[in-house]
Design a protein around this ligand. Sequence first.
Ligand SMILES: Nc1ncnc2c1ncn2[C@@H]1O[C@H](COP(=O)(O)OP(=O)(O)OP(=O)(O)O)[C@@H](O)[C@H]1O
Ligand SMILES: C[C@@](O)(CCO)CC(=O)[O-]
Ligand SMILES: [Mg+2]
Length: 383
Amino acid sequence: MESICVSAPGKLILHGEHAVVYGKVALAASLNLRSFLKLTFTSDDSIEVFLPDIDIHASWKIKELQSLFSSPHFNGDVQSPQEANSDCLQLIRHFLSLSEDTHDTKPLALVAFVYLLGHITQKLSGMKVELRSSLPTGAGLGSSAAFSTCLAAGLLVASGSIKDSRLGWEEKELDLINKWAFQGEKVIHGRPSGIDNSVSTFGGALCFQGGKITPLEKVPKLDMMLVNTKVPRSTKILVAGLRERYEKYPDIYRPVIDSVEAISVKCEETLSHLNDVPNDPAMIQTLRDLIGLNHHHLNFLGVGHKSLDEVCSICTEHGLSAKLTGAGGGGCAFCLITKDDSPRAIASVTESLQKCGYECWRTTVGGHGVKCHDPNEVISQLN
Ligand SMILES: Nc1ncnc2c1ncn2[C@@H]1O[C@H](COP(=O)(O)OP(=O)(O)OP(=O)(O)O)[C@@H](O)[C@H]1O
Ligand SMILES: C[C@@](O)(CCO)CC(=O)[O-]
Ligand SMILES: [Mg+2]
C-alpha cells in the first residue's frame, strides 16, 4: 500500500506570546520535538483517522464525506486557502455530532482534519491517517501547529497539489503548506496569530509580526531547559479570555502589550550582539532581565499560573531565569542556560523542579521545519 510520511516540529516562543495576536513583534524558534504523520492509501470505502496521543480513533464512509463536501462551503481553490468560516465549521461539528459549547479542545483536531480534507482533497479515496507526536499535547510547545502543519503537508501531497519531496520543498510549496496549516490552527485556536504554524513550516528562528515572517540570521546557539508543569490548559480559551479583558479595559492592557513588544525588540538586538560577541556578560544579563520582566507581564495579562510562578522562583533562587512559553495558564516554561551557569546549579534546579512533580529536559532550538520522509524511516518513529 502506498504511504506518505511527513513530520513537523513544535516551537518555543522566546518573547511575544499573546502580544503577537494583537499584531506585535514576537520571536520564536523550532524545537527538536516533532509530530509524525503517516497517510496510507487503502482499497477500503472509508477514511480512518488514528490520533493515539489524544485517544481519538474515527472512521467515516467515503459516501458520507462526499455528501458533506458537496456543500458550497467546500468550494474553492486549493492553491488559495479560504478563511475557516463559521458556517462551515458548524456543518462539520454537526457531522461529527460535537456540541457547540465544549471546553475540551481535543475533538477540534478532528474538526481540523475534516476541514482540511474537504478543502484540499479533490477526489476522495480510501486512506488511513495516523499521527503521533513527541511533543506534549496542549503544553505551550506548539503541538496544535505541528499537528496542523503535518496534516496540511500530508493532504497536499496526497492530493497531488505539491510533490512528495524527500529533498525538501520549494518556497512556493512551503507557503501553501503554511497557509493551510494556519487554517487548521484557526479551527483549533479561534484567532491564532500564525506564528506557531510558521515556525513549524519553515523551522529555524524567526521574528513574526502581523503575518510577516523574518528569519533571524544572527542568533547564538541557545541552550534551554524546558519545564512542563503538566497543568492542562487550552490556547483557544486563554487567547479568548485575554481578548475579553482587553476589550473591556483596552487602555489598561495596551501599554503592557506594547511593553511585551519592546521586550521582543530588545531581545532581538541582544541576540544579534551576542552572536557577534559571544558570552558578553552584560548582554547575558539583559537576556535574563527580559525573561523575568516578560513573565511578570504575562501574569498581568492573566495567562500565568501558580505552577509557572513556582518554576520561575526555583530558577531565580539558583541564579537562573525562566518564563512561561506559549499560551501559558499551565503547560511549559523555559529556563535559559548559559556558559556561566555551573553544572551544580543546573543539577540542583533540576532536582528541585522534579521534586515538585515537573518534568525537565534540556534542548537547543532552531531545527528543520516540515519535512517529507521515507515511510520506512517514519514507521519506526510511529511505533
Ligand atoms: N498529537 C496530537 N494528536 C492530535 N491532536 C493534537 C495533537 N497535539 C495537539 N493536538 C490538537 O491540538 C490541541 C492542543 O492545542 P493547544 O493550542 O491548546 O496547545 P499547544 O499547541 O500544545 O500549545 P501552544 O498553542 O500554547 O503552543 C489538542 O486539544 C488537539 O486538538
Ligand atoms: C498565545 C499565542 O500567542 C501563542 C501560542 O503558542 C497564540 C498565537 O499567537 O496564536
Ligand atoms: Mg497551539
